[in-house]
Design a binder for this molecule. Structure first.
Ligand code: ZN
Ligand code: ZN
Length: 354
């Protein structure tokens, strides 16, 4: 199915063969984790080139794909260029090649075939999730919520940030996650003002703002969820900031639907924070695509040229970060549908720890 969609796009773009080298792309098209090069000719059987460590697994798991063993003494560029010439392909579209490989492969192909970067073509497929992917992503979201619950249970004055992160990751793993989709962020007190914080050995104190940003990985698929809490009774200022960020997220979520410009959705959150005099503290884009990778297209920011499509899975994550004081971020992973957004992460809101 996915290979068929790839071939449709290849045909439209006059590509005779696709050379896929990025691991998540190989996984997307074959369902196999591992493999070094995937060559997909327009009308012949695809070939997956694998090294010895993956060879037996690939042969067992794959059907309809020819599995070829690469030995360390082989020059894969030579093998691929010979195959391309043998197939009579005149244009080879690739997702990614490092400069060295691009040069070598280009030389070997000479005038026989032209190399063309078609990363966008691959992303245009991957950014629209199919039903099977959405099921896996819903499960990744559920595991993430279990992680957040465990983090909340561990959250109290005197505990260190990494201890809270450890509880979250353990709960996700214990319930069947492959692992965290990224390093869990627990950033407390003044550290919550770092948008890309990490979990340090800081001891959490009464009255601290605590940002918890986490995600489980399930069957290769990621999820992304952030909540912010205050340990103890929130101050008026903390509540005011929290309400502003919540409002920004709500307004942005309401703006999400198929066909809307990603930067319009970002602008919605920015405008809302502006009415509270807070937009200068919103120092990152509103969100990003999620899938087999934690950060994917489409990007939601002021420079984005993307238009949202039904089937996109994106995050909506406004935040304010006041240096020396602290920060607040609220993030959910949502599915774009024709008329709006459906939340995949369903954790409740609220600043106070129950
Ligand atoms: Zn996140
Ligand atoms: Zn995110």
């Amino acid at each position: 199915m996915r290979l068929r969609r790839l071939r449709d796009s290849m045909q439209k773009n006059n590509i005779d063969a696709a050379l896929i080298t990025r691991e998540p792309n190989i996984l997307y098209f074959t369902g196999f984790r591992g493999g070094t090069y995937l060559l997909v000719p327009l009308d012949e059987e695809p070939t997956l080139y694998v090294y010895g460590v993956d060879y037996e697994a690939a042969r067992e798991e794959l059907s309809g794909i020819d599995v070829k063993l690469l030995r360390y003494e082989d020059d894969p560029n030579k093998i691929i260029s010979e195959k391309v010439v043998e197939l009579g392909c005149r244009s080879v579209g690739f997702d990614f090649l490092d400069a060295k490989t691009y040069e070598k492969l280009g030389k070997l192909l000479g005038t026989a075939a032209e190399l063309r970067e078609v990363d966008e073509v691959v992303w245009s497929l991957r950014t629209v999730k199919d039903e099977e992917e959405l099921k896996l992503m819903a499960e990744a979201a559920r595991l993430t919520e279990l992680g957040l619950e465990a983090a909340l249970e561990a959250l109290r004055p005197g505990v260190r940030e990494y201890e809270v992160a450890a509880e979250a990751e353990y709960a996700m793993r214990r319930n069947g996650a492959e692992g965290p989709a990224f390093e869990t962020i627990v950033a407390s007190g003044p550290r919550s003002a770092y948008p890309h914080g990490w979990s340090s050995d800081r001891t959490i104190r009464e009255g601290d703002l605590v940002i918890i940003d986490l995600g489980a990985k399930h069957a290769g698929y990621c999820s992304d969820l952030t909540r912010t809490y205050v340990v103890g009774k929130p101050t008026e200022k903390q509540l005011r900031l929290y309400e502003a960020v919540r409002e920004a997220q709500e307004k942005a979520l309401k703006a999400v639907r198929a066909g809307v410009e990603a930067r319009e959705v970002d602008a919605e959150a920015r405008k809302t924070l502006e009415t509270h005099g807070l937009s200068k503290y919103f120092v990152h884009g509103l969100g990003h695509g999620v899938g087999l990778e934690i950060h994917e297209p489409p990007r939601l920011n002021q420079a984005s040229k993307a238009k949202l499509k039904a089937g996109n899975v994106i995050t909506i994550e406004p935040g304010v970060y006041i240096p020396g004081y602290g920060g607040i971020r609220i993030e959910d992973t949502v599915l774009v549908v024709e008329e709006g957004a459906e939340r995949l992460t369903k954790a409740g809101y609220g600043l106070s720890v129950a």
